[in-house]
Design a protein around this ligand. Structure first.
Ligand code: GAR
Length: 204
């Protein structure tokens, strides 16, 4: 049996973090357990969610660091101290550099609210509406040093409706995020996925 100590990085509301905590409690997160939550913003709701579940929290305010390299080095030390096997970016709104990623090769994943490679970066649902696509969705992917460019692990699609606003489309996508992310974490913790280049396969 493999076991995965999962550290979740957050910046805001933490509904995706909640989906992981709920899945763990329901017994559907496989061999994974959320052992720590780190936020780059103090006072966010995600930290309250972690505390309510009895999960240790840390705050590393990026504004207190001289530059990105210093922040990433401190973040890496914090995540290593928590003993992470897998790092999950769940609404974490900072780009990570090699200084962080080198410590966790193929062990950092992100959830993004678009069907990548369309609409990377911030405000994926707003970008989808602006472009006028009829289908959007969400992506779980490995994190590399690019902006939402790592290999795709899983995707789910939702329709874009004529009367959608950024809020209504984001809410429809979020429902799928909350299903997709725990499933991906369970699959990774159970070693059911293998990456070959850009392609991630289910192990037969
Ligand atoms: C989610 O929709 C997530 O996909 C998105 O931020 C939201 C966080 O919600 N992430 C990005 O846009 C990353 N580029 P949450 O804090 O309630 O999980």
């Amino acid at each position: 049996m493999t076991a995965s100590r999962v550290v979740v990085l957050v910046s805001g509301g933490g509904t995706n973090l909640q989906s992981l905590l709920d899945a763990e409690r329901a017994g559907t997160l496989g061999d994974a357990a959320v052992v720590g939550v780190v936020s780059n913003r103090p006072g966010v709701r995600a930290l309250e969610r972690a505390a309510a579940a009895g999960v240790p929290t840390r705050v590393l305010d990026h504004r207190a660091f001289a530059d990105r390299a210093a922040f990433d080095a401190a973040l890496r030390a914090e995540v290593e101290a928590l003993g992470a096997d897998l790092v999950v970016l769940a609404g974490f709104m900072r780009v990570l550099t090699e200084g962080f990623l080198a410590g966790f090769v193929d062990r950092v994943i992100n959830i993004h609210p678009s069907l990548l490679p369309a609409f990377p970066g911030v405000r994926g649902p707003a970008q989808a509406l602006q472009y006028g696509v009829k289908i959007s969705g969400c992506t779980v992917h490995f994190v590399d040093a690019g902006l939402d460019t790592g290999a795709v692990i899983a995707q789910a699609a939702v329709p874009v409706r004529d009367d959608d606003t950024e809020e209504t489309l984001a809410a429809r996508i979020l429902v799928e995020e909350h299903r997709l992310l725990p499933a991906a974490v369970a699959d990774l913790a159970g070693a059911r996925l293998r990456r070959e280049g850009r392609r991630v396969h289910r192990v037969p």
